[in-house]
Design a protein around this ligand. Structure first.
Ligand code: ADP
Ligand code: ASP
Ligand code: MG
Length: 613
């Protein structure tokens, strides 16, 4: 007998018939000898309908009243589903977030869960009842109990948090697709179903638009080792398992806010090769990395940032033993990268740096929390460590620093994020948790698991940021203070001395809705902090490939860049982590880029996927 938490999304409970079908599935699961907590969303598009009503009354509705309004949607479903279960002779009880004791921060519309009371839940479960809980909602505990919501799509998060609190055997997310697909089926009909994906891979995909699972639900699953499966509520297909390595014991207090970083990693065995001033046109990255992969050189970080004029710098890191080979390839290819029509004398200059180290923070709590990266930069600044390159992803921030400063950097970061030496993060690959281990003996993962597109970002570039410790800390600290989340951060390679001060450009992406206000705020402080112009480009798209199997496999990046080049798509920025490569391209080319990359990695299935209406 197992204790299972099942969650049913809006479409799955979109009509009386659907609610009755869900009741049947719940009933059968109980008959098979299991105990059940069922978390539900509002019926169909109810939440969208409520938002629309509010907007008809006010363009900018009060956030408290908004949560009061939106939380009603789920309350309808819990009552109806309990009735449907009772009709089948199954005893059941509905409960709101407040009745369960889902305690959140006092933050309307995007509250994080602090704690879940299990007493009442357990009492009903032990009495043989199915407990039907309203997803997406909780109450604040400080002062007067206020109704809060967790953010759109948050019922997934409610379900996984309840599973963690109850130490349930597993959590099933029922939705309108048969599981997690290699990309959004609305954009690529040939998207294919995966049988499994790791939490880290899912996190890298999730906040990029694979909206099938709320990223915060994946964070909780990873941190607490909750076995999680995404399945269709229409069929009995097995669905997609989202797996995690066995985590270290973690307190259930401050469930969603404790310890956003769980590992500090470093690698002193790195060297950097940069190609400065290569033409900004389609195909350059493809040629460079195509040649590099033909020579079997495995690159680690790849960084390409924005520049004034029509040239780019591309930098990458390799392990020291293969530096000579990497440098030789870069030098050999450089002439071919120069503009053929009108080459300039300083184009495609190769620069090599030996004594560098990569220092990273990793963890599942960084998404949507701008303060975490800012704290890393501030910590390095206080330790007097200058950051040469930055590359970020959803679960990691990596900085390239001078090798001589690596020890100091690591010690400072461990202290700042309270990480014991030798402590390993939950994201490391290892034993996978699923209820039926025969299902998923860890096999070598494919190099590319999925492709994601994010069309909701804007890019900001700051020109001529003084190159000295503390500047990144100031910049990202300011953004964090204004609650602006930064996604991809890229610090460029090119360094210029102006007024006796070495300077670099830095570029990063933010949510498009934050673009204008971030630009205004950063322009206001430009003179005081000594940086130049702040440039905003809202017409961008970010396309990413993710896969734990790309580690140590040369040629994956080259293949992605080649797919873009073949479609004449120019790459504006590149950032990588161990398991992800992201490119920024022009917004109108985003969907085409996604489709080209999905096809290049042969991720398409043989059948066309039809998304239910
Ligand atoms: P629910 O209401 O059940 O929570 P959602 O609409 O939130 O369902 O999420 C399911 C939808 O996510 C699917 O209908 C699909 O259109 C979309 N989707 C986007 N990317 C993916 C992906 N990679 N795999 C599966 N579904 C995806
Ligand atoms: N009903 C909420 C929404 O539509 C929460 C959810 O369905 O997960 O966003
Ligand atoms: Mg959803």
């Amino acid at each position: 007998m197992a204790l299972i938490v099942q969650k049913y999304g809006g479409t799955s409970v979109g009509s009386v018939e659907r609610i009755q079908a869900v009741a049947q599935r719940v009933y059968k699961t109980v008959q098979a000898g299991n105990s059940l907590v069922v978390v539900v969303s509002a019926m169909g598009k109810t939440t969208d309908g409520l938002v629309k009503l509010a907007n008809e009354i006010s363009p900018n509705p009060n956030r408290r009243e908004m949560d009061m309004l939106l939380s009603t949607g789920e309350q309808v479903t819990i009552a109806l589903l309990s009735m449907a279960l009772q009709e089948l002779g199954q005893s059941a009880i509905s409960m709101t977030g407040a009745q369960v004791g889902i305690v959140t921060e006092a933050e309307y519309s995007r509250a994080r869960i602090l704690h879940i009371e299990t007493t009442r839940l357990t009492r009903h479960i032990n009495a043989g009842k199915v407990v039907v809980v309203a997803g997406f909602q909780g109450t604040s505990s400080a002062g007067e109990m206020e109704i809060t919501t967790l953010g759109r799509g948050g019922s997934d998060t409610s379900a996984v948090a309840i599973a963690a609190a109850l130490r349930a055997d597993f959590c099933e997310i029922y939705t309108d697709v048969p599981g997690i697909l290699t990309t959004d089926p609305r954009l690529v009909a040939e998207a294919q179903l995966m049988d499994a994906i790791t939490c880290d891979e899912m996190l890298e995909l999730a906040s990029l638009g694979a909206k099938v699972l709320h990223p915060r639900a994946v964070e909780i699953a990873r941190n607490y080792g909750v076995p999680l499966v995404v399945r269709s509520s229409w069929t009995d297909q097995p669905g997609t398992w989202v797996t995690s390595a066995k985590p270290q014991g973690r307190s259930l207090i401050n469930l969603e806010i404790a310890r956003p970083v769980d590992a500090v990693e470093f690698d002193t065995n790195q060297a950097k090769v940069a190609l400065l001033r290569v033409p900004d046109k389609p195909g350059v990255a493809a040629r460079l990395f195509g040649e590099i992969s033909r020579q079997k050189v495995d690159v680690d970080l790849i960084i390409q940032s924005v520049h004034e004029g029509n040239s780019n710098d591309i930098a990458f890191t390799v392990t020291t033993p293969i530096l000579k080979r990497a440098e030789a390839v870069a030098t050999a290819i450089a002439p071919a990268l120069r503009s053929q029509s009108n080459p300039k004398f300083d184009e495609a200059e190769v620069m090599v740096e030996h004594n560098i180290a990569k220092v990273s923070i990793a963890g599942a709590g960084m998404i949507g929390r701008p303060g975490v990266a800012a704290k890393m930069f501030a910590t390095l600044a206080e330790a007097g460590v200058n950051i040469q390159m930055i590359s970020t992803s959803e679960v990691k921030v990596s900085c390239v620093v001078d090798a001589a400063e690596c020890n100091r950097a690591v010690l400072a970061l461990r202290t700042a994020f309270e990480i014991e030496a030798g402590e390993q993060g939950a994201g490391i690959r290892g034993e996978f948790l699923t209820p039926n281990s025969s299902l998923l003996t860890p096999h070598s993962p494919p190099p590319v698991r999925g492709v994601a597109l994010d069309l909701n970002q804007a890019r900001l570039a700051i020109r001529q940021l003084p190159d000295r410790p503390g500047m990144a800390a100031k910049l990202f600290g300011l953004l964090a203070q204004h609650n602006i989340s930064v996604d991809m951060i890229i610090q460029s390679q090119r360094c210029r001395v102006i007024d006796g001060v070495p300077r670099r450009d830095i570029a990063f992406t933010v949510s498009r809705i934050d673009g204008e206000s971030a630009k205004k705020m950063l322009t206001q402080v430009a003179a005081e902090l000594g940086w130049g112009e702040v440039v905003l480009d809202s017409a961008i798209a970010k396309v990413s490939i993710v896969g734990a199997g790309m580690v140590g496999q040369p040629g994956i990046a080259a293949k992605m860049f080649e797919a873009l080049a073949q479609h004449q798509i120019n790459i504006q920025m590149i950032a990588t982590s161990e398991i992800k490569i992201s490119c920024v391209v022009a917004q109108e080319q985003g969907v085409k880029a996604l489709q080209a990359i999905h096809a290049a990695f042969e991720l398409a299935g043989s059948e066309k996927f039809v998304v239910p209406a």
